[in-house]
Design a protein around this ligand. Structure first.
Ligand SMILES: [Zn+2]
Length: 118
């Protein structure tokens, strides 16, 4: 019989201060290219950037709307972000790679879906 691992993925530290667990993917506009096409920087952050980030996507929200809550929520976030002119999916996915590298997990319950349409 297969059993699901009950171990939680490791908390990923905030990239800004390194001293708190991160809870959001946060976007910082580039002052030299304010909301420009595919601009700005995505970082994995906690509370310390709450006043300096221009946009954020929570890891978890009501067990439903967070990026890590479900495959459907993840796909919806990506579709939503792709409509924004400033969204740089390459910077975003590079951040997701760092998240996984730091011990985070992008796996969600439910059926797997493609994150990005070709
Ligand atoms: Zn921090």
């Amino acid at each position: 019989m297969r059993t699901r691992s009950r171990s939680q993925p490791r908390a990923v530290p905030c990239e800004a201060c390194g001293r708190e667990p991160a809870y959001s993917f946060s976007w910082f506009a580039d002052p030299a290219d304010w909301y420009g096409e595919r601009s700005g920087t995505w970082r994995i952050t906690g509370n310390c950037t709450a006043d300096s980030e221009q946009y954020y996507v929570l890891f978890r929200r009501r067990g439903r709307d967070g990026f890590l809550d479900s495959a459907a929520a993840q796909a919806e976030w990506i579709a939503h972000l792709r409509e924004k002119v400033w969204f740089n999916i390459w910077d975003f996915t590079a951040m997701l790679d760092r998240f996984v590298e730091a011990g985070g997990s992008l796996r969600t319950a439910g059926p797997r879906r493609r994150l990005v349409k070709p």
